[in-house]
Design a protein around this ligand. Structure first.
Ligand SMILES: [Zn+2]
Length: 197
């Protein structure tokens, strides 16, 4: 709302929403080799309904035009999110595409990056200790954070399904613009029949 000047409507009453500060929760996203966090700089809120809306909820994202929508970097699930770059590997046409294979591969990449970060941290602690020799009380350095395993393969399946569901409205839009208004879709036979008006 503030950066791009895009007006957002309340999902309940369709009035224009205002910004009510920074969204207080973060969303953890699993990237190709590490994790990062989504932070909401805008917390959209409807003054009439007194209803604040999560900035990355479907109600908000679906109001953006395609160009701005495509800048959103992740596919969401209830607790975590997966970066879009990873989605390519979950598509059925990719070779070696099982979710368990992908889960094992990405966990390997994450653990290698975690090891590199741990080495960098320990090296920085060592340099700091050498520089701090004139300070009487020696600084205490907590051990590097332990490696956090990635979610199970089933979670990656869920993300893949959520990604398909998020494109459902777009697909319906494409079908409608190609075939006219769909009155009924008959799925009882093996071949789907679209009755168009
Ligand atoms: Zn409202």
């Amino acid at each position: 709302m503030r950066m791009w000047g895009i007006p957002l409507k309340c999902p309940q009453c369709s009035r224009k929403m205002n910004s009510s500060g920074i969204y207080r929760k973060v969303k953890e996203v699993i990237d190709v080799d590490s994790r990062y966090y989504l932070v909401g700089g805008d917390y959209p809120r409807c003054n009439k309904c007194a209803l604040p809306v999560c900035p990355w909820s479907q109600d908000i994202l679906s109001q953006l035009d395609v160009a701005h929508r495509s800048m959103f970097p992740a596919v969401l699930t209830t607790h975590l999110a997966l970066d879009r770059k990873c989605m390519t590997f979950l598509k059925p046409r990719t070779s070696g595409n099982s979710s368990s294979y992908f889960q094992a591969a990405i966990e390997e990449v994450h653990s290698e990056e975690w090891a590199r970060q741990a080495i960098r941290y320990l090296s920085d602690c060592e340099s700091h200790q050498k520089m701090a020799t004139f300070v009487p009380s020696a600084a205490a350095y907590p051990p590097p954070l332990p490696f956090r395993p990635l979610p199970l393969a089933q979670w990656f399946e869920t993300v893949h399904s959520n990604n398909i569901l998020s494109h459902l409205q777009e697909m319906k839009g494409v079908i409608t613009s190609t075939y006219g208004r769909i009155l009924k879709m008959d799925t009882t036979n093996t071949e789907n029949k679209v009755i168009k008006c």
